[in-house]
Structures are given as structure tokens and as C-alpha cells.
Design a protein around this ligand. Structure first.
Ligand code: T3P
Length: 115
């Protein structure tokens, strides 16, 4: 499952939060390859250490909710503006600590929203 983990990190891990100029989401979605061949509509970047993210997959690091583990992390969620997923795409960003859910196969694999 190592490659799923690498993909998870590429799409969802950015710590410390990169300083990429005036539009974080537009830059990061492109840099992390989520705007080709189509733009991904919603994607969250987690600004926490790898170890804290890996820890979420254990009972100590997150609350087991059956389909994954929940914890409160600092994140930036990027949302595509408009309906067309044809690049180039524009994104808005929402920055906050929020409850998120990560599903694991021993390592983090998949991002979900928490409540
Ligand atoms: P992935 O499986 O590549 O991690 O839920 C569908 C996809 O959208 C899934 O992608 C997770 C991603 N997503 C976010 O990253 N943040 C969000 O807030 C939501 C709702 C979805």
C-alpha cells in the first residue's frame, strides 16, 4: 500500500503550509498534479506533521469511527470555482482547524470529512 500512502501525502499533506504567493489553492492544486487532465473539485491539505497524521491511524491518535479515524487538524480546503473541470481552474480556500476523517490500511490512505 506504499504508493497509496505516497499519493495521500502528495494530495493531502503540506507542512508547514507552503508559501506560494497570493493564491495558495490555485498554486498547490497545480503543483500537486490535481488539475490535469481534469481539475479535482475539492481537496484538503493538512498542515500537521507526518507523524501526527500517521498516528491518526491508531486509537491513540484519532477517534475510531468505524470507516476511519477522526481528529481535529489544521487544514486548508480548496474548492473549485464554477462547474467546468477543464483546466485552468480557479479555487477558493477555506482555512480552519476542523474535524477530519482519515481511513487507513496501517498508513493513511483516504481523506474524508468529519463533523
Ligand atoms: P481522495 O480519495 O483523492 O483523497 O471525497 C472525494 C475526494 O475529495 C477524496 O479524494 C477526498 C476529497 N475531499 C477533500 O480532500 N476534502 C473535502 O473537504 C472533501 C469533501 C473531499
Amino acid at each position: 500500500f506504499a504508493s497509496d500512502y505516497e499519493t495521500f501525502l502528495k494530495q493531502h499533506h503540506d507542512d508547514p503550509k507552503s508559501n506560494v504567493g497570493n493564491n495558495y489553492c490555485n498554486q498547490m492544486m497545480q503543483r500537486r498534479d490535481m488539475t490535469r487532465p481534469r481539475c479535482k473539485e475539492v481537496n484538503t491539505f493538512i498542515h500537521e506533521t507526518r507523524n501526527r497524521i500517521i498516528d491518526v491511524c491508531t486509537d491513540g491518535g484519532g477517534v475510531d469511527i468505524g470507516n476511519g479515524f477522526r481528529n481535529r487538524f489544521r487544514v486548508t480546503t480548496c474548492k473549485m470555482i464554477g462547474k467546468s473541470t477543464r483546466p485552468p481552474c480557479e479555487y477558493t480556500e477555506n482555512v480552519s482547524p476542523r474535524n477530519i476523517v482519515i481511513s487507513c490500511k496501517s498508513l493513511p490512505m483516504h481523506y474524508d470529512e468529519g463533523q
